[in-house]
Design a protein around this ligand. Structure first.
Ligand SMILES: NC(=O)c1ccc[n+]([C@@H]2O[C@H](COP(=O)([O-])OP(=O)(O)OC[C@H]3O[C@@H](n4cnc5c(N)ncnc54)[C@H](OP(=O)(O)O)[C@@H]3O)[C@@H](O)[C@H]2O)c1
Length: 240
């Protein structure tokens, strides 16, 4: 009975993770969403058909919300329970037109808070539940690759790209700091996918990206050599 946590699960790639995971009754799924006091029709529909799906509030931009979320998890699962997979999926790309010449401190702070500090704090507060064989997946982006950005004449989404590069560095540190516990930490770029963030002109459907990512994630829990590495959704390795 693997236990999965997915942040940002009310739409986009997070919702697709929950949809695919819910198809297997052996999975226990914690679908975390920024706010539970609003329309969550897609998650509610899945919940009505899935016994082991719990919808909980977790605003990954709020340290208080993340701390409350962890204490509810401990009550729900038990204080010594293992989380098999923590999928730090929630993310923002709110100022995509800003460049290095126009970016603001507020925009950078906002992206660092949600895209980097959110996954950092979640690992901190859930650490007692991250045990031998647990996997943490930090959802990164090709835009977080320095090598990729160097190939671009006019690199895009500067603050988002900076936050994903920082998330990659965080992940390498988490992989090292959690190694002694047998916890694996990986970064995965889902590819360019048709979601609100990716837009309708993106290359990939959600089903394909997430289907491939779940295949990789299920392999990782038995193999320490994946930890601290940066993958594309299809399992190929991304340049830093
Ligand atoms: N789509 C792509 O092509 C692509 C490419 C590379 C990387 N990614 C990454 O993949 C992940 C998912 O992206 P997506 O395409 O599914 O984006 P999306 O359609 O914009 O969905 C983003 C999800 O993150 C949630 N979220 C944002 N801020 C949050 C917060 N403070 N607390 C809790 N949840 C929050 C959103 O919740 P609300 O509904 O409350 O806003 C939503 O559920 C992100 O980390 C993104 O950077 C996507």
């Amino acid at each position: 009975m693997p236990t999965w946590i997915v942040t940002g699960s009310n739409r986009g790639l997070g919702l697709e993770f929950v949809t695919q995971l819910a198809a297997d009754p052996k999975n226990t799924i914690i679908a975390a969403t920024r706010s539970i006091s609003r329309d969550l029709a897609s998650l509610d529909a899945l919940k009505s058909k899935t016994k082991n799906l719990h919808v909980l509030e977790c605003d990954t931009g709020s340290q208080d919300s993340i701390t409350k979320f962890a204490s509810i998890i401990s009550q729900l699962l038990g204080k010594d329970a293992k989380i098999d997979f923590l999928l730090n999926n929630a993310g923002i790309n709110a100022n995509s037109k800003m460049t290095s010449l126009t970016m603001t401190a507020d925009a950078l702070t906002n992206h660092m808070n949600v895209n980097v500090m959110g996954p950092a704090k979640l690992v901190q507060v859930l650490e007692p539940h991250l045990q031998d064989g647990s996997v943490v997946m930090n959802m990164t982006s090709g835009l977080g690759s320095l090598g990729y950005n160097r190939t671009k004449e006019n690199p895009e989404c500067t603050v988002y790209a900076m936050s994903k590069a920082a998330l990659n560095m965080l992940s390498v540190h988490q992989a090292a700091h959690l190694k002694r516990k047998g916890v694996r930490v990986v970064m995965i770029d889902p590819g360019w996918v048709k979601t609100d963030m990716g837009g309708s002109g993106a290359q990939l459907e959600k089903e394909e990206s997430i289907g491939e990512m779940l295949r990789i994630l299920n392999g990782i829990k038995d193999d320490d050599s994946y930890s601290g590495r940066f993958f594309l959704y299809d399992g190929s390795e991304r340049p830093w």
